[in-house]
Write a protein that binds this ligand. Structure first.
Ligand code: ADP
Length: 486
């Protein structure tokens, strides 16, 4: 099957599914990257701060305990105690008196020994509180801690510790750089993946769109092929199913229109031929003219019959749901028999009716009349002189509970019969087994189509079979009207 490329109005890139997919993925990835690059760093920084505080406070504790035993602190006494303790791991250690005078300072750059220390940490410690403060700046952790030296409830002085740590800061920096690298790789990979994925999805949608456009333009044989078993491939299957049905309907419609025009053309051509003959042959005798005009009349009648039946069929196809009432099929059959008796007598055919009472069907008088009339008329039309038409009507219990009670209408004849091969086709519109005979009998090839449509619309079924030893048997099954039905 040729698949012509179709184009339609393009979806602007900004509004396309692909852009929407990519933007959503992008936003998610961005949020993840921001989270990945901030949260672990903040957590690590916090952990470093805590470990620094613990370490400095432990040191301050040891020093204040060592110095706390003296009545009054002197520079020499503090220096002697501290050299005995051998304090390591801090970059500056300062000890002050209660008035803030520095007694001991390890700083070489701005040694404050003999001066007053005005650092707020020292001031706070002299006020009796332990202090710790740490900050991460310029690639280093700068931590300060101060604690009061107490003796018998009195503040004897303060210890100030300062630590400058580049090593841990470097570790943190490395972690940050690594996270950034990972983020870049993840970002690029995720973006590439999102582009590929969104392209794949939009390509599949485009295939469906192309299918819809092709069918819209009347190419009902177009089928969409989408692999996989996701929602889009389901959609494609449903689309193909729908298109298949459209195709069938369209084929039936086309065949019907061509058959109908052909059927209407034939009598029209005959009429044309007959009128031309009369007009062109001025010397035609009265008798022949009468014959020709009578033929024209018969053709016109045929046209009327065909158009009436076509109208019936179209009405059945398009009619809104009718109000269904319980109809006694027996009365309908009796009416049909009354109508057909003159035709039957003319052809020397006799009716044998065996009709049970109480066979009511939920339908309309019109539908049931159409069904019974067409079947019984055919049984007369396709019969042989001296033949019989047997019509029986009786109720029957369905084979399953769902089937419920049924009403069976059987129309049998002793006529010419229908060859086995034609049995399945006789319900088709305009199908006739013996065209000449049907034509002679005033047939249109539409009667059985009307019957089948009417039966199906009333929830029934129709079957046809050859009858032994001769003739045909039509059997229609309807659901029986139940008295307790609302
Ligand atoms: P028509 O108007 O030609 O009778 P139908 O649709 O009623 O059209 O029937 C289709 C064809 O089926 C008929 O042309 C005829 O050949 C065949 N047919 C229908 N009923 C019978 C029957 N009872 N016995 C034999 N042939 C029948």
């Amino acid at each position: 099957m040729a698949q012509r490329p179709r184009t339609g109005p393009r979806v602007p890139f900004v509004h396309s599914l692909q852009t929407k997919f990519m933007l959503s993925y992008g936003a998610i990835i961005l949020a993840l990257v921001i989270f990945l690059n901030t949260y672990p760093i903040l957590i690590s920084q916090n952990m470093v701060f805590q470990s620094k505080r613990d370490a400095l406070w432990r040191q301050a504790d040891i020093i204040t305990s060592a110095l706390a035993g003296r009545e009054a602190l002197t520079a020499e006494g503090v220096a002697a105690t501290l050299s005995m303790l051998g304090v390591t791991g801090v970059d500056r250690l300062m000890v002050t008196r209660p008035d803030g005078l520095v007694l001991y300072d390890t700083s070489e750059v701005d040694n404050a020994q003999g001066k007053y220390a005005l650092l707020w940490e020292v001031v706070t410690a002299l006020g009796g509180d332990d202090v710790f403060q740490s900050e991460y700046r310029d690639g280093a952790f700068r931590s300060r801690s101060a604690a009061p030296i107490r003796y018998r409830g009195m503040t004897q002085g303060a210890v100030y510790l300062y630590e400058y740590d580049q090593e841990q800061a470097q570790l943190l920096l490395d972690l940050q750089t690594n996270l950034l690298r990972i983020s870049v790789v993840v970002c690029v990979a995720a973006l590439l993946f999102s582009v590929v994925l969104s392209k794949a999805i939009t390509r599949r949608v485009a295939v469906l769109l192309q299918g819809i456009r092709s069918v819209r333009e009347g190419e009902y044989s177009y089928r969409v092929t989408l692999s996989g078993s996701d929602e889009l491939s389901r959609l494609a299957d449903e689309f193909n199913e729908l298109t298949g049905r459209l195709q069938t309907t369209e084929e039936v419609r086309r065949r019907f229109v061509s058959d109908a025009s052909h059927e209407l053309k034939t009598p029209l051509a005959s009429i044309r031929l007959l009128t031309d003959s009369i007009l062109q042959n001025g010397a035609m005798d009265q008798e022949t003219v009468r014959d020709f005009v009578s033929d024209i009349g018969s053709e016109a009648e045929r046209l009327t019959r065909i158009t009436e039946k076509l109208l019936t069929l179209t009405r059945m196809d398009t009619a809104p749901p009718r109000e269904l009432t319980p109809v006694d099929l027996r009365q309908v059959i009796l009416r049909v028999e009354h109508m057909l008796t003159p035709l039957a007598q003319q052809a020397h055919i006799t009716f044998q009716l065996d009709l049970s009472g109480g066979c009511r069907v939920s339908s309309t008088e019109d539908d049931l009349y159409q069904i019974a009339f067409n079947l019984m008329e055919n049984a007369v039309k396709y019969n042989l002189p001296g033949g019989k038409v047997m019509v029986s009507l009786f109720p029957r219990r369905g084979r399953t509970a769902a089937e419920g009670d049924l009403v069976i209408l059987r129309v049998e004849d002793t006529g010419v019969g229908i060859p086995e091969d034609d049995l399945s086709k006789i319900f088709d519109r305009f199908y006739r087994v013996d065209k000449a005979r049907s034509r002679e009998a005033g047939g249109t090839g539409l009667g059985l189509s009307i019957v089948r449509d009417a039966v199906l619309q009333n929830g029934g079924q129709i079957q046809v079979r050859r009858r032994a030893p001769e003739g045909t048997c039509f059997e229609v099954t309807f659901p029986r009207w139940k008295e307790d039905k609302p």
